[in-house]
Ligand binder design. Structure first.
Ligand SMILES: Cc1cc2nc3c(=O)[nH]c(=O)nc-3n(C[C@H](O)[C@H](O)[C@H](O)COP(=O)(O)OP(=O)(O)OC[C@H]3O[C@@H](n4cnc5c(N)ncnc54)[C@H](O)[C@@H]3O)c2cc1C
Length: 337
């Protein structure tokens, strides 16, 4: 069943909490709802909105916001070691992680507390603490708005990369994800090699699923602002990937600069955007209702009442300062409308 709302306020549907509206919002349950809608209405402009945790509205959206409402979770297969599950797009991501931990299933525990709908998880291949959604995803099922058919893509067909997938490129504006399938495991496979995770897990008595989840939730809560209290969209900028000569030049000047290898090449190096912003002197910087978070420079925050345009003006300022200081371009991870 689908429900249509005209002239809808989006303030409670985006984690920045900016006050913007859309001409129309359509909530849908099934592929048939979408097929009917696209066949009858042929919408010229549309956007799929999950939880709005990675979307910044900068003006009234004069198209249709499509939002999934089905959140069924089904076990497809259980061979005693691996368990295949199908989860519909509107299922809350962290509720899925909590369920997996409760069931003793390994694979997504490091992705605890990422605010997301399951349908959005493959789009940017959500990742944290050395894990990515792609490590557990087997299949993504989507509605193709061009052919009006349901398509199933296997993991290797999704072009997953760092915060990347086919859904941000070839299938952008085409695919509406209906469900995602995952394979989780009963055999313990702790992934503790990232940051303070091992220390926090040991402090809780060792590498159980529950301890890992609690450790990661504690680390995240200490570093990231809660969007319910302070509007934000998590990391606003992507970590830039630069030519190795650029990294070498910067390392001569800043030997303590964090830098990471890029899979599959020795010619490029990934830098930490948060470090660059911090070193540009902007951690805690505030301009009116918006600012750079004082504990995590990658996060831009809405102190209350900000518009999307104010957030963008701040983002532009941050990018220009980083460019001036290091001659490195950084760009937003957030979807800007
Ligand atoms: C406090 C905070 C912390 C965060 N930490 C992390 C982190 O550690 N790691 C990380 O990777 N991200 C992180 N993020 C970003 C965010 O959690 C992810 O981008 C998440 O996937 C957004 O989910 P959503 O449902 O809210 O997406 P939305 O903002 O609603 O949509 C995001 C994108 O996905 C598309 N989309 C959504 N649903 C569908 C669908 N069903 N079909 C097709 N396209 C769809 C949208 O069109 C848009 O392009 C954080 C955000 C916040 C606010």
């Amino acid at each position: 069943m689908k429900r249509t709302y005209n002239d809808i306020n989006l303030q409670n549907r985006n984690s920045f909490g900016v006050v913007e509206s859309a001409a129309q919002l359509v909530e849908f349950e099934t592929a048939d709802d979408l097929r009917d809608y696209f066949a009858e209405q042929k919408p010229a402009k549309w956007y799929v909105l999950g939880g709005g945790n990675n979307t910044l509205f900068t003006q009234r959206y004069d198209g249709v916001i499509l939002s999934p409402t089905s959140s069924k979770r089904t076990i497809l297969n259980d061979d005693g070691e691996s368990v295949d599950i199908r989860v519909e797009a509107a299922h809350d991501w962290d509720a899925l992680v909590e369920w997996s931990v409760e069931e003793g299933l390994w694979g997504i525990e490091n992705l605890s507390m990422i605010p997301s709908s399951v349908g959005a998880a493959p789009v940017q291949n959500i990742g944290a603490y050395g894990a990515e959604a792609k490590d557990a995803i087997t299949t993504v099922e989507y509605f193709d708005t061009k052919t009006l058919n349901v398509v199933r893509l296997r993991n290797e067909e999704c072009s997953f990369g760092y915060r990347e997938s086919i859904f941000k490129h070839e299938l952008r504006g085409v695919a509406i994800i209906l469900a995602v399938e995952f394979r989780l495991h009963r055999t313990p496979k702790p992934n503790l090699g990232y940051g303070d995770v091992i220390k926090e897990v040991e402090a809780r008595g060792g590498a159980t699923l529950r301890n890992i989840r609690e450790a990661i939730c504690a680390i995240r809560s200490s570093k990231l602002p809660d969007p319910k209290i302070l509007g934000n969209a998590g990391s606003f900028f992507k970590n830039p990937v630069v030519a190795k000569e650029v990294a070498e030049r910067l390392l001569k000047q800043y030997p303590d600069m964090p830098h990471y290898a890029v899979a599959g090449t020795t010619e490029s190096v990934k830098l930490a955007a948060g470090w660059l912003i911090d070193r540009a002197g902007l951690k805690g910087y505030r301009s009116g209702s918006v600012g750079v978070h004082d504990r995590q420079a990658l996060v831009l925050v809405n102190y209350g009442g900000a518009t999307g345009s104010e957030v963008i003006a701040l983002a532009d300022y941050v990018c220009s300062r980083v460019k001036e200081c290091f001659d490195v371009a950084i760009s937003p991870e957030v979807n800007i409308l």
